[in-house]
Design a protein around this ligand. Structure first.
Ligand code: SF4
Length: 685
């Protein structure tokens, strides 16, 4: 247990790590955070995972950025805010007048607040006249936003986390919940203890397999086939919900025709899942009183990611497992505010509230609301397209607020080469990340403990964060920096607190129409919350889908872009572990977390270990067609033969040098869940 001074004052706020959004108490003594305490008033009921409990030390870490930095030759040197802001506004303005808004792009951050994400996209569209705005949702749930928005009209979790224990069958597909959203993992275990049957669909023996009634160990990348196979069985056996399909869906007949070939026997060949297990899973889900589907990046990060999401949506509407408590389709969002960053439209094709930029009426609304003559009327580029655009010389200036693509994005050597080509590159962050080191200007930002604002968690719950301590040195909140920059570029922004920004959000974003900071004090509010009297919406699609009817989509099994072959005989799949977070910039600067998981450990199957001459703890070269890294290995039956699992938490082992940047054709999510690699012992490297 951490020893926290008895004099420490508790400031309630929201955890800055994952999408559960646990409420916690930052213990503050003499202007410093000295620990974290439990807070029972939030929807997490006082529960925290190891990251929320011990991952706070980065707040006062000596590596924090305290001054703006400007590149002079090879060095980044301290500068004043006036120097840095003048330079950024002059250089962006000059690129804008020379090449137009098409030459400028910005990546926002799912770590920043709703208010900051709102201002970021407004800055990009109004000041830089560009819709090339995107953020890390492109790498995690772009397929969810595309798939569920088309099938249901809303690309978010349909139900709440605390409803999970009301389900009697929960299908968990491609979601290592106990490590990536641990408190949601507690809810699933609670459900299992109450008698719910968990069906885990995952190539890896994840921890939840221990609690599962059924574990379908599918071959990686065969999710669509498996889900189509379940639907095939449900139709064949007559287990589907005819009334729901007739009253509330469209596209059924055409979709049904496309399932003929997905017999359990063929699906067994494609996926490796025994036909009898597939049939049993289909029966359990279809016949459940309340069936819930939980999924995450195991199905989204594929070139078939959107198809996988469509297949999940198809299954749920076929069985009528929606619109009631304890049911639904529940994509678990990764970052603390990735839902909010999407809602605020740090996306290339939407204004806030998913109002499409190609709809003239929507564009006119925002022109008038933001008081500008015109807004760019073209769809911007996604993250992978921006990097291609830089290589092609089309994009010349880039503004990154709080992202670290050099470690997070696929084929990261190519990402680095793109960043080095930029005419002008600005990074705003709390640390000098691997990405920030390449910037021409670095702007020091405040972290979650040093500012007010809101995050929207994975279940659409908008919650407050509260300022507990001052930012270090001259660091400033992201919203203050964006406001100062907009003023420098001639925009009359007058924001003096995130409360006012939220009022502006509410005025332009119907989902947030009734959200005000004052209303969020207790347990926040779940959107849609259209007006000030609205109590928020715990679950969606009760009477009707957001788009009217739920829509079936015909989808086919597609193989991954790159499969193992003679030269690269293993499949690499990437993800996260419990003790670290994303590119490690926060979690690795928290000593307890760092001690618990100090280095990358590539997980390999015992059969592969002996085939490649490796044993537990050895160092190995891992090589793909794009690059090579050195790592320690962990020999485990948790991964199937032929599969290697690695994280992207460690700069010393930059796993994304190996991954493939092939993308889903609909939403452009990269295939981070599969590329071909080979292994070799690395001796004492
Ligand atoms: Fe933070 Fe997520 Fe852990 Fe909760 S479950 S404490 S939000 S990392």
């Amino acid at each position: 247990k951490s020893k926290i001074s008895a004099d420490a004052q508790g400031i309630r706020t929201t955890c800055p790590y994952c999408g559960v959004g646990c409420q916690l108490q930052l213990k503050v003594h003499e202007g410093k955070v000295v620990g974290v305490g439990r807070d029972k008033s939030g929807s997490n009921r006082g529960q925290l995972c190891v990251k929320g409990q011990f991952g706070w030390e980065f707040i006062h870490h000596p590596d924090r950025l305290t001054e703006p930095l400007i590149r002079r030759g090879d060095r980044l040197e301290p500068a004043t805010w006036d120097e840095a802001l003048d330079l950024v506004s002059q250089r962006f303005q000059s690129l804008l007048s020379q090449y137009g808004g098409h030459a400028l792009a910005g990546f926002s951050s799912a770590k920043c607040t709703n208010e900051e994400n709102y201002l970021f996209q407004k800055f990009m569209r109004v000041a830089l006249r560009s819709n090339h705005v995107d953020h890390c949702a492109r790498l995690c749930h772009a397929s969810t936003v595309a798939g569920l928005a088309t099938a249901f009209g809303s690309g978010a979790m349909t139900n709440g986390l605390n409803e999970l224990p009301f389900a009697d069958v929960i299908l968990i597909i491609g979601a290592n919940v106990t490590e990536t959203q641990p408190v949601t993992g507690y809810r699933l275990r609670e459900a299992a203890k109450k008698g719910a049957k968990l069906i885990v669909i995952d190539p890896r023996r994840i921890d939840l397999v221990k609690d599962a009634h059924l574990w379908l160990r599918l071959r990686p990348g065969t999710n669509t086939a498996l889900l189509n196979g379940m639907a095939h069985v449900i139709l064949r056996e007559g287990w589907w919900n005819r009334d729901f399909v007739a009253a509330r869906t469209e596209g059924f007949d055409e979709w049904r025709e496309g399932l003929t070939d997905y017999t359990p026997e063929r699906v067994e060949e494609l996926t490796g899942v025994p036909a009898k297990d597939l049939t049993e899973a289909a029966r359990l889900y279809a016949q459940a009183e309340r069936g819930s589907i939980v999924y995450a990046m195991g199905i989204t990060q594929h070139t078939s990611g959107t198809n996988n999401v469509f297949a999940v949506a198809n299954l749920s509407v076929l069985c009528g497992q929606l619109g009631r408590e304890g049911t639904g389709v529940n994509p678990l969002r990764g970052q603390n505010n990735v839902q909010g960053a999407c809602d605020m439209a740090t996306l290339p094709n939407y204004y806030p509230g998913y109002r499409h930029i190609l709809e003239e009426e929507e564009r006119r609304f925002f022109e008038s609301f933001w008081g500008v003559e015109s807004l760019p009327d073209w769809v911007g580029k996604t993250v992978p397209e921006v990097f291609h655009g830089i290589h092609e010389g089309d994009i010349r200036g880039l503004f990154i607020m709080g992202e670290n693509p050099i470690l997070a994005d696929p084929d990261s050597s190519d990402v680095e080469a793109a960043l080095r080509r930029l005419d002008f590159f600005v990074v705003q962050d709390i640390f000098l990340t691997e990405t920030a080191r390449l910037a021409h200007v670095v702007l020091p930002a405040a972290c979650f403990a040093e500012k007010d604002g809101t995050f929207t968690n994975t279940e659409r719950r908008v919650q407050l964060i509260r300022k507990a301590v001052e930012p270090p040195g001259n660091a400033r909140s992201d919203w203050e920096i964006l406001t100062a920059l907009a003023n420098r570029m001639g925009l009359p922004w007058r924001y003096d607190h995130p409360k006012g920004i939220m009022e502006e959000i509410a005025g332009s974003t119907p989902l947030y129409g009734g959200i005000r900071h004052e209303r969020l004090e207790k347990v926040g509010l779940q959107w849609p919350c259209p007006d000030m009297d609205h109590p928020g919406t715990p679950f969606l699609h009760e009477e009707r889908f957001t788009r009217g009817k739920g829509k079936f989509h015909r989808v086919e099994h597609l193989e991954a872009d790159e499969l193992p072959d003679r030269d690269y005989p293993l499949l690499l799949t990437t993800g996260r572990i419990l003790y670290q977070y994303h590119t490690g910039s926060m979690s690795r600067r928290s000593s307890k977390l760092s001690a618990m998981a100090p280095e990358e450990k590539a997980m390999i199957h015992p059969g592969d270990a002996s085939r490649f001459g490796l044993k537990d703890g050895d160092r190995a070269f891992v090589e793909s067609r794009r690059g090579r890294v050195v790592t320690s290995v962990q020999v485990t039956e948790g991964v199937p033969p032929g599969v290697v699992f690695m994280t992207f938490h460690y700069a010393e082992t930059p796993t994304n040098r190996l991954t493939n940047d092939a993308t889903d054709p609909i939403c452009r999510i990269p295939e981070l869940k599969g590329c071909a690699i080979r292994l070799a012992p690395a001796g004492e490297q």
